[in-house]
Design a protein around this ligand. Sequence first.
Ligand code: G1P
Length: 310
Amino acid sequence: MTEETMSKHTSMNKVRKAVFPVAGLGTRFLPATKAMPKELLPIIDKPVIQHAVEEAIDAGITDLVFVTGRTKRAIEDHFDANPELENALAESGKTDVLEELRSIIPAHVNCVFVRQAKPLGLGHAILCARPAVGNEPFVVLLPDDLMARSTRPMKALLQNFERTGNTSISVAKVPKETLHKYGIIKPAASSAPGTVQVSGIVEKPSINDAPSDMAAIGRYIFTPDIFDYLKTQAPGVGGEIQLTDAINVLAQMGQVDAVLFQGRRYDCGSKFGYLEAIVDHALEHPEFGEQFAELIRIKSLNHRPKKTGS
Ligand code: G1P
């Protein structure tokens, strides 16, 4: 281990802060998201974003930084106390629900909200978190990517970061026809089981330009250096400041690792992925999972696919 890596280890290995970019407009879910943040769409009774928040807290994160926008005030309310509601629940003896509400943000966890005034891209959103993050490493969770509780990637990512001090990103193999939706890595040598060094990353490439079939899946750990690269980053795909482009600069310097995620992931930014998340969570529901499985079985037996083209 070099002296430089040693000092990276001692000063940087404790990751306390998580950034959640939540300023996006959610146009794919209109009209549901006209007055309501897409991040609060429920998976049965738990908003999509609460899954990502739980994942961060579970991994030991204590400071949550939300980068919000004008139409996102309800997110702030969701993670704040609601004394009126809590009193009403206490008075009516609904202690289970009360406890559940209070444990959304445990006492040792802090929330900070910063605003992204203009929709200039994911990279710009992360840069908006700089004053709240300061000069320490941090994780980024994109709440649209919902990970099944049993296979959450954040702990493996943190372990890699603690080992190498490098920017660490979760990646998964994705079907060829979906490569254009992701940041796709160019893998170099394998550095440990399930981990590869990244020599480049391309945002939303065409099939022909994609350097592999391994996609960034919305979980990242950065050192504060990333802010300097974001600050000078020219607009990329879609005219936006892309996080991927800043990661690419670090990757070309050999400072990025990808940790392979093989668990269950739902793309809740798309209607189909959102629906699949709801169905899986309903099937696993402790109260009515069995009943729901039976319902789905009967429904699919009775379902006649629509004929097309005739
Ligand atoms: C963003 C990132 C992309 C990443 C993806 C993961 O894209 O820009 O690199 O692969 O999240 O979900 P978006 O889904 O916001 O278009």
